[in-house]
Design a protein around this ligand. Sequence first.
Ligand code: HEM
Length: 199
Amino acid sequence: MIAELLKAATADNHKELESLMFVNEIMNNSLSVDEYKKLLIVNYVIHEKLEDKLISMLDNETANRLEITSRLKLPALEKDLKFWNIDRDALKNLNVDLYLPNNNIAEVLGALYVLEGSTLGGNVIKKHILANPNFKNSTEGLNYYGVYGSELGTKWKNFVLLMNEVVIEADYERCIKCANEMFNNLKNLSKQLNETVKY
Ligand code: HEM
């Protein structure tokens, strides 16, 4: 099944991305607001540049089965940026070089696996931020992490079921490649922002 293979084949990239994304600070409830803003910015730029493009490559049946409009995460990110006074226009002009999958269902689902899977980590991240004294009275600025609320388990299960059904064995390799390229997009952007964006 492709889901298990994806998890194993992207594990190293996940680990690397966790370190770039302040995993220790998150877990010991010491993440600063500036560090949190960086996480939001990375996720915002990726979603602003790619979410719409990826979704428009899904055929109608797959989009309906995924209830794709309920999975859009850009609106939550936009709310968070507004709450934290982060200038969206400056970010839209950022020159980023991102990998985009071909118009092929296995490739698109491989890329979406990364954006969907990040909601699992998001749930953990939100719990820790809520316990972090730096984020008192900030719940209105925490829309992206925890975006699916109590629907998280069902949404993830449905995504995995669909992916396992739709991605055929002959396409496993290209699906896995796209998931790893999506992780690379996030890692590269994270490194680029360290150099270019002032908080
Ligand atoms: C943008 C950054 C991130 C992306 C794209 C991402 C991606 C993913 C993906 C694709 C999965 C699904 C793995 C699978 O079951 O197939 C996952 C799971 C998970 N991630 Fe992340 N992740 C990110 C950041 C983080 C961070 C910073 C943490 C820790 C604070 C974290 C913690 C977790 C946890 C706890 C799971 C659930 C593991 C499980 O239940 O099996 N993630 N993430």
